[in-house]
Write a protein that binds this ligand. Structure first.
Ligand code: ADP
Ligand code: MG
Length: 308
């Protein structure tokens, strides 16, 4: 370290510098990080680097001070770093720790696409899912799915059909699975089915059904939340749900469901009867076959956990 300081002192005295400038640069050259960098990279640097890179060193020290004080910097969210460039010292700007964390968080969020889902599911975590006995089976099945899916995402994996009454945590569990998958680098799409149905109906007028339906159909992992919550028109049942399920079955894409109905109830009390009142048991049976192919029924029991 000593020879560095000496070199710097020499440099300063050799030149006819104004007192102001000298004072400024003395501080820069005395900076521990500047000294450490110089020391570490001396062999790669030009002999007169301290002179030629003075402006860069000055920029480094002043910008770093601004970051430390939380002031406005040259590039918001970035901090200066010294680098060797062509035997001279230059300044590169790298994302700060906070920026990196924010970017990672954003990336994570982008892996979970949600359509008409409540906002608080963003924070759902498997670790926070309290598992009394009745929820244990669902939680274990969730962990099993995640493990086998992540080990071979392109194989067929049967997902879960979570059945259970209002407020037992079905949506929470689906979201926690999606968040865990995101954490491990896998994307999924969660869709609140009754809202999607309404949205699709409105989209017909604008000819906008195609793109959205396509994206949902092809989601690597799809979670259809609250199927059966609203009466379905024959069009939604056959041209939306039916089309989605048909595609996912053929492509063997993991598809979860949650419903207040058991599978048997969904078939007989919901899918069979269209909102116009037509009884169509064969159509219901065909749809149920697809759902059964895609997912295994697990019943969640328990108290309503919704804040009353
Ligand atoms: P469902 O979809 O079955 O109607 P939700 O998933 O919406 O139920 O859960 C109802 C409320 O309880 C939500 O506010 C959710 O965040 C919370 N919740 C549900 N299950 C759990 C759990 N096991 N641990 C912690 N909070 C939960
Ligand atoms: Mg729900």
């Amino acid at each position: 370290m000593e020879d560095v300081s000496k070199a710097m002192q020499q440099l300063m005295s050799q030149r006819h510098l104004t007192a102001n400038y000298r004072q400024l640069m003395e501080k820069v050259y005395a900076d521990p990080q500047v000294q450490a960098f110089y020391h570490e990279h001396q062999s790669e640097l030009a002999p007169d680097v301290l002179d030629r890179s003075a402006a860069k060193l000055y920029e480094y020290v002043t910008e770093r001070a601004k970051v430390a004080q939380g002031g406005e910097t040259f590039a918001a969210g970035y901090e200066p770093q010294l680098i060797v460039s062509n035997h001279l010292i230059d300044v590169a700007y790298v994302p700060t720790q906070a920026t990196q964390e924010k970017q990672a968080q954003q990336q994570l969020r982008q892996r979970v696409r949600s359509i008409a889902m409540p906002k608080d599911i963003r924070n759902a975590q498997l670790d926070d899912f309290d598992h009394d006995e009745s929820r244990m089976e669902a939680l274990m099945a969730a962990y099993d799915f995640i493990e086998t899916y992540e080990a071979s995402p392109h194989r067929r994996h049967q997902a879960l059909y979570l059945a259970g009454s209002f407020g037992v945590g079905k949506t929470y569990l689906l979201a926690a699975i999606a968040n865990q998958l995101a954490n491990d680098g896998f994307s999924s799409t969660l869709v609140h089915f009754p809202s999607l149905a309404v949205e699709m109906k409105n989209a017909i007028a604008q000819n906008g059904v195609g793109d959205k339906l396509e994206a949902i159909k092809k989601a690597p992992v799809l979670m259809i939340d609250d199927i059966g919550a609203d009466a379905m028109s024959a069009w939604v049942r056959d041209d939306i749900l039916g089309v989605i399920l048909e595609y996912r079955m053929q492509e063997e894409l993991p598809t979860f469901f949650s419903s207040n109905f058991s599978m048997a109830q969904l078939e007989n009390e919901h899918l069979r009867v269209s909102s116009r009142g037509d009884d169509e048991p064969l159509k219901a049976q065909r749809l149920m076959q697809r759902i059964r192919f895609l997912a295994r029924e697990i019943t969640m029991i328990g108290v309503n956990r919704r804040p009353q």
